[in-house]
Structure formats: C-alpha cells, structure tokens
Design a protein around this ligand. Sequence first.
Ligand code: DAH
Length: 340
Amino acid sequence: MEERIKALAAQLESDAGAVNSKAELSEFWQKYLGKAGCVAELMKGLRDVPKEQRPIMGKTINQFKVQAEQRYQALEAEIARIELEKSNKSEEVDITMPAVRRPMGALHPITLVKNQIIDVFAGMGFEIYEGPEIEDDDHNFTRLNVPKNHPARDMQDTFYVAENIVLRTQTSGGQIRVMDRQKPPIKVLVPGRVFRSDSDATHSPMFHQMEGLVVDKGITLCDLQGMLDKFVQALFGAEVRTRLRPSYFPFTEPSVEVDVSCFECGGKGCPLCKGTGWIEILGSGMVHHKVLENCGIDPKEYSGFAFGIGIERIAMLKYGINNIGLMFENDLRFLKQFKD
Ligand code: DAH
C-alpha cells in the first residue's frame, strides 16, 4: 500500500501541474478528494491492512490527504488569480484608439440669418413677439390701412383659409397685435413664416419675414436710418451704407425702400448689384397715422417707424444662393456649407 501511496503522490503532483481551469480543478478534486476519490479508496483499503500497521498506514494516508488538500487550495487561488486577470484584460479600454467621429449638425441658413438679425436688434433693446400664421383679414389687411377692395391688396397673392381668414401674407399684422396689447414706448421684432401664392427662382409660397416696429415720442426717419445702418453693417460688413428711396406701402407714410451699398463690389457696380452699386434689402417707413389710430395710439403724441425684412432674400444675398428653392429642399450637400 505504501508503494501505491507514493505512486499516487507522484501522480498528484503531475496532475496538479496540468490544472489550468476551474473545470480541471474540479476534476482534480473529484479524483483525489471526492467521495469515490483516491483518498476515500485508500481509507477503504485500510481494512485489509494488518492491524499493527494500520496506525502508521493511517498516518501516511492522512499525509497524502493533506498534500492533496494543500495542492487543491494553492491551485484554487492560482486559478482565481488567472480568471481575474483574464476578465480584467477583457474589460481593458484602449485609450489610444481614435474616437468614433459623430457628425455635427449645423444651423439652416435661414436660422443663421434670423439669429443674426435678432442679435443686432436685441442689442438695441428690441423684444420678440410671434403672432399667428393663420390670421384674420383685420390684422393682415384692414387695420394696416388696407381696406377691402383696396388696390394694395393685389400687391400680395393671398391664400384664403375661409372668408376673412388668411395664411398671413406678411408679419406686419404683428404690429397691430403688439400695439393692441402694449402702449409706447414700443421696440419689437416679429419674426415668422408668411405665405403667398407665388413661386419662381426668388419667390417661394412660404418664406420668412422679420418685422420691426418702434413707437415712441419724437421718432423720426433719421432714427430708422441710424438703426438700419447698424443692422446692415453687422450683417454685411462695417463699410456698407444704406440709401432710402421713396416707395409706397399702405401702412407707412412716407414709405421707403432701403438699399445697401453693394458689399460685393463696394459700390462700383457688379453682376450682384446689376451694375447699380446698390442692393434693395427691405421695405420700411413711418407708421401711418391711421394704423396708430386703429390701435388706440394718438399720432399727435407718438410717432414710429416699421420695417419688413425678407429673411430668404438676405440669406441669398449674404451666402450667394441663386435659387430660393435650395433652402427648402434640405439637401445635405447644400446645408453642410453653412457655418456661422
Ligand atoms: N409687409 C411688407 C411686405 O411684405 C414689408 C414691409 C414694408 C413691412 C414696409 C413694413 C414696412 O413694416 O414699413 O412686402
């Protein structure tokens, strides 16, 4: 029996050397320390050993058992260490790996221009008001001094939603809504979408305007031009100037068309300004006394100016866009080109 134990002890050492995983460790345990393992088998065999040798043999078997247990524990610790190392390795993050690039979105040219305009006027103390896109005839026309059957209604091709209800053709109706709820001093911007039955390279059935309204005591056309100078310089460059030309709008008197000196050629004349050195950018004027009266504001006490800017027109001029349709097609190749 002693020989057998010696052989088993040698076998145990070589088996221990081959254990590399939890499964193999479990096999090792079964083989030596399990119910039907070598130690149990040796214990059983003790019965056949002559009585006087049993204590010695018992001790030898016990030593073998201790050897098996110690090996087992050492292997268990080693395998736990290896497993931990493996799992740590699998969770390792390679911080030198280049990051996945996420494409950045950008603002639409209309939003860019709208924000730029708001920035300039907010700096002068203007507030923002947004009116409804579906508007009644009263706000869109009548109280702006365009009564029914007035020829000025033909200046804009109107979409009717119902009798006396229109898709607003201009943000000017916002002036009425503001003056109804607020008395002077007033300094307000009304941005918004407007609608007209009109479509070609420079007109779209839906486009954007920005209305401006200032009402206070002693407001003059000079205040208007001073503010507009600041506005065009912020958008087109410090060297540009404005020019006012007489015009007609039913809600202003006098009415003016505002030109900016050509920012492309500096006023010498080029294709952009069609050789004139000037580019028309907005309509404006002194608020008509009837419009002030329609909103309960005394024109003898107060005066004001108003202006209406076409946002697409400014964006097209500023970014050299030759067709308004491009701005509504949402082709990424077009949109990607715009940065602040
Ligand atoms: N509402 C005009 C249009 O759509 C633009 C405009 C002109 C607005 C003169 C104004 C203004 O406030 O004073 O063509």
